[in-house]
Design a protein around this ligand. Sequence first.
Ligand code: COA
Length: 170
Amino acid sequence: MSASGLSLTPLPSLLAAPEPSWPPGLRETARAMLQNLEGPAPAGLEAPRRMDEFMRRNPVSFWVAALNGECVGYVAVGFPDGPRKEILPGDSVAMGWYIHPGFRRRGLATQAIRLILEKLQDLQVSSVRADIEDANRPSQRLAEKFGFSVSAMGTNAGGAGWKSYVLVVP
Ligand SMILES: CC(C)(COP(=O)(O)OP(=O)(O)OC[C@H]1O[C@@H](n2cnc3c(N)ncnc32)[C@H](O)[C@@H]1OP(=O)(O)O)[C@@H](O)C(=O)NCCC(=O)NCCS
């Protein structure tokens, strides 16, 4: 728990609990993320499709950011090369993030990612990768703020450009 009241809870346990409360849409988004591990995303969700794809590829660990008992988003950690049950020293992991639109530009993603990076440092993870679409300027700037740098680029099936941002964990 940080001084501002932000805390991190594993997503499955938060989903199972009646409290804390979630802003409209976020609980459904989070449930859909978990369901995505089994099948395609239900239509009409606000979670970016790229994040759905990420979650399908990386069903390992989920953390959410909860602010004063209210869930405001998540930082998810997984493996680029297929499902694994735990994070081991020396691993390279993938990361994705999402903050509910009503709670953006308050430094919450910054705080949540900082907390997760501290966890990953404790676990002796060697590097973190975030794949970000070229159109997603907020996420690019966020990654750059944390010292991520571009290591690869490509184009997805829909024709959108993306870049892999990598951070070597100190
Ligand atoms: C990207 C996202 C997580 C940022 O969350 P947030 O809580 O608003 O971010 P913060 O307030 O901590 O901002 C941190 C930095 O991100 C960048 N940033 C955030 N929103 C931005 C925006 N709309 N435009 C430009 N830069 C932005 C800035 O560099 C900012 O630092 P600054 O405030 O010193 O300028 C949020 O916009 C989001 O959930 N987007 C949709 C999900 C998504 O795209 N996920 C990534 C898939 S790879």
